[in-house]
Structure formats: C-alpha cells, structure tokens
Write a protein that binds this ligand. Structure first.
Ligand SMILES: [Fe+2]
Ligand SMILES: [Fe+2]
Length: 284
C-alpha cells in the first residue's frame, strides 16, 4: 500500500474535530474552519484521497473528534470508512478527554481511562503493541517504513492539554527504534502533542526535552498536530511535521474565497528507501 518504485506516499492529517452531524452547529468548527460546515473538510479530504491518491497511506495525529462522544466517534468512523484500510490514527486530547462535556466527560474519563472505546473504533487493525498498557504500537506500513504510534494523552488531568509521554512509553519506543534502525528501516513517529516549545498556549509535551533526547538520531520523521498550526523543519536529522486542522484555508491566497479551488489541502510526504523525505501540498 502506498509504495511505488520503493517510495511510500503518506498523507498527514490532524485535528479534524469531527462532530455528530454535518450540518449542525459547532463552535470549534466555526472558529477553525471559517465558512466550512462541520465535517466538510474531512468529507472533502476523504473524497480527494479516494479519487486522486488511491495508493497513499494516511496518518491522522489525533483530535479526530471534537468532544469524543459516542455519536461523534460513530460519525467520524462512518466518514473514514472508505479509507480505513489504509489509515492509521492516534488519539488526541479531544478524543480521549472530552472537552465541553461536563459531568459526562468526567464520567467517561473515569470509566474508560485508556480510551478503549476510541481504540476499538480507530486503532490499528493489525499492529504490534510495545507495552502492556497498549499505549505505544509499531506498524509496518511497507517493506521499508515502520510507523510508531504513541498515545500522548495518558498523563494526569493537569497534562491533558499539553500531553505527556511516560518513561515506560519512551523506553519501549527507543528500544524498538534502535532495532528498526539496525534492520535498515525508515522510522516514523506519530503522536498528537507538540514535541518542542510552541509559542502561546502551553501545548508542548510536559516532558518534551526527554522525548527529543530519547529519539535523537533514531527517527526519520515525527508527525504531530494539536496546536492547529503547521510547520515542517529538520532538527538533529529528523524531519518534524505538524499539520494544521485545515492548512490552506488558514493562509488564504489573496483574492480567493475559502470556498474557491486551491484554498484547502493537506500535506503529502514521500519516503524513499534511502535519501531525503520530501513533501508538498495537495490542494483542491
Ligand atoms: Fe485539535
Ligand atoms: Fe489537541
């Protein structure tokens, strides 16, 4: 899947914040998506991936739903069903720790602290779990690429917004990254939270420094989201990529309306067996 002439094509999406109905009201959506209706970006994007990128593998770095409710998870699962067999997701704070749900959110956190319900619907169908608690997994995307997914939402209530990766998660991750490197594989890490300082809101991982130290020299690519900004930069021979909730619309081209062609899109990365990982915007 996704491999042509030894190169994996990978679509990176994040923070879709799907809600239960496509024509309902959603404050988060209004704030993030301008004049798009709820779920519209998700629907467009899935249609484009189906029609134009039939070979691409898809990674979604969390906040798949806006509030993690049963009805939102159900709708999100329906939306992604057409590409589910080539999509890998990790949860975000909105998926696991329902925002704006008051007592219901607290009850969910209490009754389902690991987010088993989310994992059942959106977790990988086949993967190798690297810890007993099922919070780090390894997924072989193709012959030459292995993707490590981490649940960065398992910290305390205080760290849900920032995210946290525990020492045991890091041990499991680092040990296996070393193994993958020895096997000559390209390594990708997917998680929700920021692995370094992000300005403004305190939304970097609580233990971001430790995370970066442990993966130094071991990861080719780190994919993340959460802060709803976008970036791609190299640090210590690793390409760090954050995708926005709706990248292109947030940087409108002069003279174009959000509904015009070319105003929306997502990042597509190509990972060869050897050599540089490259990326471009796929707009529509
Ligand atoms: Fe988000
Ligand atoms: Fe988030």
């Amino acid at each position: 899947m996704g491999v042509r002439e030894g190169t994996l094509t990978l679509v990176h999406l994040s923070d879709l914040h799907c809600v239960e109905t496509d024509d309902g009201e959603c404050i988060q959506n209004r704030f993030e998506f301008g004049d798009l209706r709820p779920n519209e970006w998700a629907i467009h994007t899935i249609n484009v991936i189906q029609a134009q990128l039939p070979e691409a593998f898809v990674v979604i770095t969390g906040d798949v739903t806006n509030s993690g409710t049963k009805s939102q998870m159900k709708r999100a699962a329906e939306l992604f069903a057409p590409v589910a067999d080539r999509t890998l997701m990790v949860p975000g704070n909105h998926d696991k720790n329902p925002v704006g749900q008051g007592l219901l959110g607290a009850l969910k956190r209490f009754s389902d602290p690991r987010g088993d319900e989310w994992w059942r619907l959106f977790g990988p169908a086949t993967c190798k779990w690297l810890d007993d608690d099922q919070s780090v997994f390894q997924f072989r995307a193709c012959d030459h690429v292995v993707i490590y997914g981490i649940d960065s939402t398992r910290g305390s209530e205080k760290t849900w917004a920032q995210g946290e990766v525990s020492d045991s998660q890091l041990d499991a991750l680092a040990t296996n990254l070393v193994r993958s490197r020895r096997q000559g594989l390209r390594t990708v890490i997917a998680m929700h939270h920021h692995p370094f300082i992000a300005e403004g809101l305190p939304t970097e991982l609580v233990n971001a420094d430790r995370f970066r130290r442990r993966i130094k020299g071991l990861a080719d690519l780190v994919l993340f989201g959460h802060k709803h900004n976008e970036m791609a930069s190299h640090r210590d021979n690793t390409l760090f990529v954050a995708s926005h909730a709706n990248p292109i619309a947030q940087f409108p081209k002069e003279g174009l309306e959000p509904s015009d062609p070319g105003q929306h899109g997502f990042r597509v990365l190509t990972i060869p067996r050897t050599g540089d990982i490259e990326w471009h915007w796929h707009t529509y």
